[in-house]
Design a protein around this ligand. Structure first.
Ligand SMILES: [Zn+2]
Ligand SMILES: [Zn+2]
Length: 148
């Protein structure tokens, strides 16, 4: 995992490149994602940040804008769960794939060596230079199946 200081330097230069101002609020959004190994909607981030930093006044608009900036620069990745929205997670960590529940929007992470290898084989077969992939299994989680 990337060092926090290195990450902040990277973030500072991205903000500068985009002609924006570096603010503590923006940093706190990134810090939260860096420290929490999970997936959050902008609204969830908003309420979590309000709990931790009640005096900081980080608005939802700032959260949206910062997430877009972070995603465009590859620091954060998002997983969409249908029409309901997107969840964000810190992107510079070990590669993994996701199972997404369409009922409760729960996201489960997994890593499978066979799938990873197979994708490389397919890319090779098409003489395709693979730089990344996303793999998302969509369905209904165990909990939600019980409620049906
Ligand atoms: Zn569910
Ligand atoms: Zn994930």
């Amino acid at each position: 995992m990337i060092d926090y200081d290195v990450l902040i330097e990277k973030f500072k230069s991205i903000i500068k490149e985009n002609g924006l101002k570096y603010t503590k609020q923006r940093e706190l959004i990134l810090k939260f994602l860096y420290e929490h190994d999970d997936h959050f909607t902008p609204e969830e981030l908003n309420s979590e940040l309000k709990k931790i930093y009640p005096d900081e006044n980080i608005g939802i608009a700032t959260i949206y804008r910062t997430l877009t900036l972070l995603e465009d620069s590859g620091i954060v990745t998002s997983i969409s769960f249908g029409t309901q929205g997107k969840k964000y997670e810190f992107g510079l960590k070990k590669h993994h794939d996701h199972l997404v529940c369409v009922k409760c929007s729960k996201i489960i992470e997994f890593y499978d060596e066979t799938i990873e290898k197979k994708q490389l084989e397919i890319a090779k077969k098409f003489e395709f230079q693979m730089t990344d992939h996303t793999m998302k299994i969509i369905g209904i989680c165990k909990n939600c199946q019980k409620k049906q």
